[in-house]
Design a binder for this molecule. Structure first.
Ligand SMILES: Cc1cn([C@H]2C[C@H](O)[C@@H](COP(=O)(O)OP(=O)(O)OP(=O)(O)O)O2)c(=O)[nH]c1=O
Length: 198
């Protein structure tokens, strides 16, 4: 018999990657995606932007549940500019061509509500992609993988063949920095592995 689910947190996210990453450290979540306006403010830095969105997502769902609520946001940043998710094939191709053979940053912020108030952090990871030619870019688009990913690629998927190096947090690039998330969970009293991290 499958044991009953016992959600320890509410996850304000539609991302299956975030749910799976939390589950991978033994934290089951109640899923409550929320729709917020993701337009950057004028002159907002990428770091301020992802933290603001993570906090807004967490607070939007927090009102609906007694559980600590986690929100997160990931942005791919090239030369200081945020690349969002591809709108269409041409936009996806443009982003991948810009990232080809270059180093860029992936910023992921996490916010967690709870007894300690709203706690948030931001993790920056350096990723370098090898050269990607037009034929590969077109073939990659056809896989369907780029569509819902910041920067139009998924390090955990078929695009792993383009990733020459990574410095920082792999889980953060996929959508949730697990080292930092575990620290926030423990600060909010959420038990991980029977509290061995507290
Ligand atoms: C760079 C990169 C991003 N991504 C994903 C992580 C995020 O899910 C997504 C960035 O978009 P986000 O807006 O951060 O998240 P989301 O829209 O998927 O989910 P929600 O806002 O409901 O939490 O891109 C990967 O899966 N792999 C990668 O290599």
């Amino acid at each position: 018999m499958t044991p009953a689910r016992q959600p320890l947190v509410c996850l304000a996210s539609a991302s299956p990657r975030r749910r799976d990453l939390l589950l991978s450290i033994g934290v089951d979540a109640d899923i409550r995606p929320c729709d917020i306006d993701e337009t950057p403010k004028p002159n907002e830095s990428p770091g301020d932007y992802v933290v603001r969105l993570a906090v807004e997502k967490a607070l939007a769902a927090d009102a609906l549940t007694p559980l600590p609520t986690l929100g997160s946001d990931t942005a791919v940043v090239l030369d200081g500019h945020i690349l969002g998710k591809p709108r269409d094939q041409a936009h996806g191709a443009e982003m991948l061509a810009a990232l080809s053979g270059r180093r860029h940053e992936v910023l992921t912020a996490v916010a967690l509500t709870g007894p300690a108030g709203v706690l948030a952090c931001c993790v920056t990871t350096q990723v370098r992609l090898g050269e990607i030619n037009d034929e590969q870019i077109a073939a990659y688009w056809q896989t369907g993988e780029p569509l819902d990913k910041a920067g139009g690629y998924a390090i955990q998927g078929l695009a792993s063949v383009f990733v020459a190096s990574i410095e920082g947090s792999y889980s953060a690039v996929v959508g949730l920095p697990l080292y930092e998330t575990a620290a926030l969970l423990s600060q909010q009293g959420v038990p991980i592995w029977n509290n061995v991290l507290s």
